[in-house]
Design a protein. Structure first.
Length: 161
C-alpha cells in the first residue's frame, strides 16, 4: 500500500430528529468549515455502522442515542480547482433519543433546526439533499453484519445478520 495515496474515508452521518427539529453542527474543520451540516464521525477499524453512529454521536453531542436505521449511502467527492480533494463514503443514519439536551462539542456549535423549514442556503448542499431524500423519506436501507473467519486458506461465515 502506498501511504501517500489518497484514501476513501468512511464516515457515518447521523440525524437525530425530535419534535420536528433536527440537530445540526457548524463545522470547525475543513471541508465545510463554518457550514451547518449533519453530525458525523469516522468509522474505526472493527466497528459496524451502528456502533460508529452511537459512539460518535455521544462524543460529538453528549446525547446517548440508539441506532434506528440506515437511511442512505452516498459516495461524495469534494473537488477544488478541478482536483479531487476529498472522497467520502457516507453512511447516513437515523438515531433515536429521548433527550434533546446536548453538550458543546469540540467539532463545532450544535443547534436544533426545524426539519421541514430547512434553508438550503444555510447548510452543506449535499447534507440538505440527504436530509430531504434519506431522512424525510422513510425508506430504510438494509445493513447486513458479516463476520468472516479465516483459518489458513479456508474462510467461513461466522455471522450474516
Amino acid at each position: 500500500m502506498d501511504a501517500d495515496k489518497p484514501r476513501i474515508l468512511n464516515v457515518v452521518l447521523y440525524a437525530l430528529v425530535n419534535d420536528g427539529k433536527i440537530l445540526l453542527i457548524k463545522r470547525v474543520k475543513d471541508p465545510y468549515r463554518n457550514h451547518w451540516g449533519l453530525v458525523g464521525g469516522k468509522m474505526e477499524f472493527g466497528e459496524f455502522v451502528e456502533e460508529t453512529a452511537v459512539r460518535e454521536f455521544y462524543e460529538e453531542t453528549g446525547i446517548r442515542a440508539s441506532f434506528d436505521r440506515l437511511a442512505g449511502i452516498a459516495s461524495e467527492m469534494v473537488i477544488e480547482k478541478g482536483e479531487k480533494k476529498n472522497h467520502f463514503l457516507l453512511f447516513v443514519s437515523k438515531l433515536k433519543s429521548e433527550s434533546s439536551e446536548f453538550s458543546a462539542g469540540r467539532e463545532g456549535e450544535l443547534k436544533w433546526f426545524g426539519l421541514r423549514a430547512l434553508d438550503k442556503n444555510t447548510i452543506i448542499p449535499n447534507d440538505y439533499i440527504m436530509i430531504r431524500e434519506y431522512i424525510l423519506k422513510d425508506n430504510p436501507v438494509k445493513i447486513h453484519k458479516v463476520r468472516m473467519v479465516q483459518d489458513g486458506e479456508r474462510y467461513s461465515v461466522e455471522e450474516f445478520s
